[in-house]
Design a protein around this ligand. Structure first.
Ligand SMILES: Cc1cc2nc3c(=O)[nH]c(=O)nc-3n(C[C@H](O)[C@H](O)[C@H](O)COP(=O)(O)OP(=O)(O)OC[C@H]3O[C@@H](n4cnc5c(N)ncnc54)[C@H](O)[C@@H]3O)c2cc1C
Length: 505
């Protein structure tokens, strides 16, 4: 089926970069179509360490531009989405004669505090680990630590909120839709898409194509666009383990390993600790990345160097792996490859333009989108102006200090909710939690119970407003309740959603 309307922009990929570009473009008045072959954030964007951070470690690799931009983005993004992003303090234990000298760490943290437009986040301080509670779960090797600020983000929700906002501003959003080919024709693109469930194919015409397919970017160039000799990105796998809570402190830890790498141990969903990540070159389909035995051993061993109580394989309740699509700058070690993004515009004169997106961080996605829009403007004509700084993502229209007030307000309006349930709803949906709950007057009004604090009303909302198709989308990306539901409960949810997906006869 072909449609003769020529859209301005076709975006391939529903990760943070594709959704961020689609949102920015739709807000400027471009007509936009975005196709995601699986689900939003099903690729790298839900497999991150979930930090909105400057990247203290990148200073060692002289990535000053990236670090400065990332630091500046911390408070911009926090104000944009204070429900899914919040500040987190990090404790970096320091040992005399350790991996890095104290002056180097101090210098890094000085830059961290002073080059990044920090207004609200507290500055760095030094801790006496013999008296500070942060010292309690750690071995008594560390007399001192540095404590500094960065941010936490629910990565997959950041993506879907960008998609939601793009759609609210007029973008056409398609999930479960793979781009199979794209050909230049009469000055525009003919993009062939396939509905993965039905196999139905369609041609969409667009003036410009944006390839934001993350770790698939080279594959899309070679398979869908028929280019030869494609090698732009270095695929670097990173894995995490989740274990039962290792410490009660609300702060996260930054551990330095003898190999020069670092890992984080972060409080996760009240009951758990998230530990990661690894860095190793990856070959194969990015969708197949799984943690290896070697990576499990590495993470357990590295964390156990620090914690009094060792981290054992048996403690692991969940693992996940993602593949970084790093621009290949020829660095020898995976951990040294640049984390900065690169945008390349292809197509000159009368050729329909193609913009390829390489690399990038969740933290810098908004700036990446602005740069992409500059290039898009050059290629097909400018529309609108930069607008996303100072904007709010759906549900994020409240002050950064007002999260608790939002929870209290929701509890007053819906007194039948447990406090933890109300908190979770505000974390996920912000001011839209009340829209989701609507006229509910009792827990029974939330409909069928699927386990933990998941009810039918929320599932219906996620299907209608956030493109959730399968239990996996709900459990591991939209709500991250996967760790709380049993396999039987997850199966029952899948059956329910399969039925709800069927159009009425
Ligand atoms: C282990 C790890 C930890 C990280 N930690 C952090 C962190 O703490 N903070 C931070 O800021 N950044 C972090 N990052 C980096 C960040 O996660 C990535 O840079 C970012 O998610 C990449 O987003 P993307 O949109 O480019 O790619 P993706 O999220 O992979 O999105 C690409 C999408 O394209 C889709 N796609 C592919 N081919 C097609 C096709 N033919 N048709 C339609 N759709 C297609 C895929 O299904 C996928 O959803 C981390 C990365 C990793 C791997």
């Amino acid at each position: 089926m072909a449609n003769d309307v020529v859209k301005d922009i076709f975006v391939i990929g529903g990760g943070i970069n594709g959704c961020g570009i689609a949102r920015d473009a739709a807000g400027r008045g471009y007509s936009v179509v975005l196709a995601e072959m699986k689900d939003f954030a099903a690729g790298t964007s839900s497999a991150s360490t979930k930090l909105i951070h400057g990247g203290l470690r990148y200073l060692e690799h002289y990535e000053f531009r990236l670090v400065r931009e990332a630091l500046m983005e911390r408070e911009v993004l926090w104000a944009m989405a204070p429900h899914v992003i919040w500040p987190l303090r990090f404790v970096l234990p320091y040992q005399k004669g350790g991996i890095r000298p104290a002056w180097l760490i101090r210098l890094g943290l000085f830059l961290y505090d002073h080059i990044g437009g920090r207004k609200l986040l507290p500055s760095t301080r030094t801790l006496d680990m013999r008296s500070d509670p942060a010292g309690r779960p750690l071995k008594k090797l560390f007399a001192k630590a540095f404590e500094y600020s960065d941010g936490w983000v629910d990565d997959a929700r950041l993506v879907v909120l960008n998609a939601r906002d793009a759609a609210d501003r007029g973008a056409e959003i398609r999930v479960g839709t793979r781009v199979v080919s794209a050909r230049r024709k009469n000055g525009h693109w003919d993009v062939e898409t396939e509905n993965v469930a039905s196999g139905d194919r369609e041609i969409v015409k667009a003036k410009m194509l944006v390839n934001a397919s993350g770790p698939w970017v080279d594959k899309v160039l070679s398979r869908a666009l028929g280019q030869n000799q494609v090698h732009n990105v270095r695929l670097v796998q990173g894995s995490h383990i989740v274990v039962r809570k290792k410490f009660a402190d609300p702060r996260a830890y930054f551990f330095q390993n003898p190999d020069g790498r670092i890992i984080f141990a972060i409080p996760y969903q009240d009951e758990f600790t998230l530990i990661g990540t690894t860095d190793r070159d990856y070959e194969g389909d990015p969708g197949d990345a799984r943690i290896s035995d070697e990576e499990i051993d590495y993470l357990c061993r590295s964390a156990s160097e620090y914690f009094v109580e060792p981290v054992r394989r048996e403690d692991i309740v969940w693992t996940y792996s993602g593949v970084r699509p790093l621009f290949d700058d020829g660095a020898s070690k995976a951990q040294e490859a640049t984390r900065d993004y690169v945008l390349k515009l292809d197509g000159t004169g009368r050729q329909a333009p193609l913009l390829n997106v390489f690399g990038g961080k969740l933290t810098t996605y908004r700036r990446l989108a602005e740069s992409a829009l500059d290039r898009i403007g050059e290629a097909i004509g400018e529309k609108g102006q930069r607008w996303t700084a100072g904007s709010h993502l759906p549900g994020g229209d409240f002050g950064v200090g007002a999260f608790e007030a939002q929870v209290d307000g929701l509890l007053r309006r819906y007194p039948f909710l447990a406090a933890a349930h109300a908190r979770r709803l505000v974390r996920l949906y912000g001011t839209r939690a009340a829209t989701l709950l609507g006229e509910a007057r009792s827990i029974g009004d939330l409909g069928r119970h699927f386990g933990s604090d998941l009810y039918e009303l929320e599932i219906r909302w996620l299907m209608a407003e956030e493109w959730a198709l399968h239990a996996e989308d709900v459990l591991w990306r939209r709500t991250k309740r996967g760790l709380q539901l049993t396999a039987e409960e997850a199966e029952a949810l899948e059956s329910y959603m399969a039925e709800a997906r069927q159009p009425p006869n």
